[in-house]
Design a protein around this ligand. Structure first.
Ligand code: ATP
Length: 365
């Protein structure tokens, strides 16, 4: 339902039942998605799940073995048609930016505007340099620009020819951590102001969450879940999605009449999202993230033992091994100096409903 309700506007790009094989290996399986005008959609998944292949299929650098790809309603791949990459009106930003070193920022941005008349071209380049905040660096060569500035030139160059769709392939991976975080906001702002429709790919969940209108979590060449970042994070539909987005722990428990009996004690059923009565008596797994729980060293009803402590700057992550053998990560926002090996009671603090999965299954409840 996220697919149809989370984004308004016309579909600019549609993939319908797309598959792709390399030799005997199927790397994209029956993949369908639709990207609406002005939307930023990110394909998020582990290495090798098929993200880059999907981008290359959209760009026309690969041909699908099945299914169709449509741009603004017209088939560009599939059903016997194939529009070559240069005729698709697609802009691409690669991780290595690929700026021309012997051209200035201004000339780099103008590069894709060959067919434009001079006055229009100059106006468009000014507009773009302005958009990416590089008005005064137009005459600088790439080697004279910082990593963040180079990335903005690359973005301006891709947006300048007014592409139907902009593809971003791990656009932040060549930037150092601080800059990467700042550039996410910047890139989102630029894309939104330019009004471009964009598809990006990354394996970094924070990046996906912060730049996207919607995220598609990809696993083994299939989309496991697609929706608004907060929805996907709060209501993962599979264990894979839950585990891929942030540090997840799973508490196994038996569903009773009032509560689920778990390794951290009873969890009231009304704290568990939509747990139907038909599950009474069966085992489920409850998803807990580190900020949902706390380790209490003063409680008398200890249920586990701290096995590690990790400083993360403003927060500390304690890994607790419960007496059931399960491990739970607990995030504390100050250091109470709980030592490894200390007995603690892991206490549920979440003020939202918890997600759960039937035990052993990979489907959400
Ligand atoms: P990464 O984040 O590591 O780039 P990815 O999710 O982008 O991963 P793809 O690059 O799309 O994954 O690759 C998906 C699968 O297809 C991998 O198993 C890869 O080895 C395989 N693959 C990709 N391109 C080719 C090719 N040209 N020939 C054969 N196999 C390929």
């Amino acid at each position: 339902t996220d697919e149809t309700t989370d984004a308004a506007g016309e579909a600019v790009l549609e993939l319908a039942g797309v598959s792709k094989r390399f030799g005997r290996e199927t790397v994209i399986r029956d993949l369908s998605l639709s990207v609406r005008e002005g939307e930023i959609l990110t394909l998020l998944g582990p290495s090798g799940c098929g993200k880059t292949t999907t981008l290359r299929l959209i760009a026309g650098l690969e041909r699908p073995d099945g299914g169709e790809i449509r741009l603004n309603g017209a088939i560009v791949s599939g059903a016997g048609s194939f529009v070559p990459p240069e005729d698709r009106g697609i802009g691409v930003v690669f991780q290595e930016f690929a700026l021309f070193p012997h051209l200035t920022a201004r000339e780099n941005v103008a590069f894709g505007l060959k067919g434009w008349d001079r006055a229009d071209r100059e106006r468009r380049v000014d507009e773009l340099l302005d958009l990416v905040n590089l008005q005064s660096q137009g005459d600088s060569y790439p080697s004279e620009l910082s990593g963040g500035q180079q990335q903005r030139v690359a973005l301006a160059r891709s947006i300048a020819p007014e592409p139907e769709i902009l593809l971003l392939d791990e656009p932040f991976s060549n930037l150092d951590v601080d800059l990467r975080v700042r550039m996410r906001e910047e890139v989102r702002r630029i894309i939104k102001r330019a009004g471009v429709t964009a598809v990006s790919v990354t394996h970094d969940q924070e990046e996906a969450m912060s730049i996207s209108d919607r995220v598609a979590v990809v696993n083994g060449g299939r989309i496991e879940q697609i929706g608004r970042p907060d929805r996907v994070f709060q209501h993962p539909e599979s264990r894979f999605v839950a585990g891929f987005l942030g540090h997840a722990s799973f508490l196994s428990g038996r569903v009773g009449a009032e509560a689920v009996e778990t390794g951290i004690g009873p969890v009231a059923r009304d704290r568990v999202h939509g747990l139907a009565s038909e599950y009474e008596g069966s085992r489920i797994e409850i998803l807990v993230r580190p900020d949902d729980v706390r380790a209490d060293r003063t409680a008398s009803n200890a249920n586990g033992r701290v096995v590690s402590r990790r400083y993360l700057g403003p927060t500390v992550l304690y890994e607790v091994e419960l007496d059931t053998g399960e491990r739970v990560g607990c995030m504390h926002n100050h250091d109470e100096r709980i030592d490894p090996d200390e007995r603690v009671a892991v206490v549920l603090e979440a003020d939202h409903e918890l997600s759960w999965f039937p035990q052993g299954a990979d489907v959400a409840g």
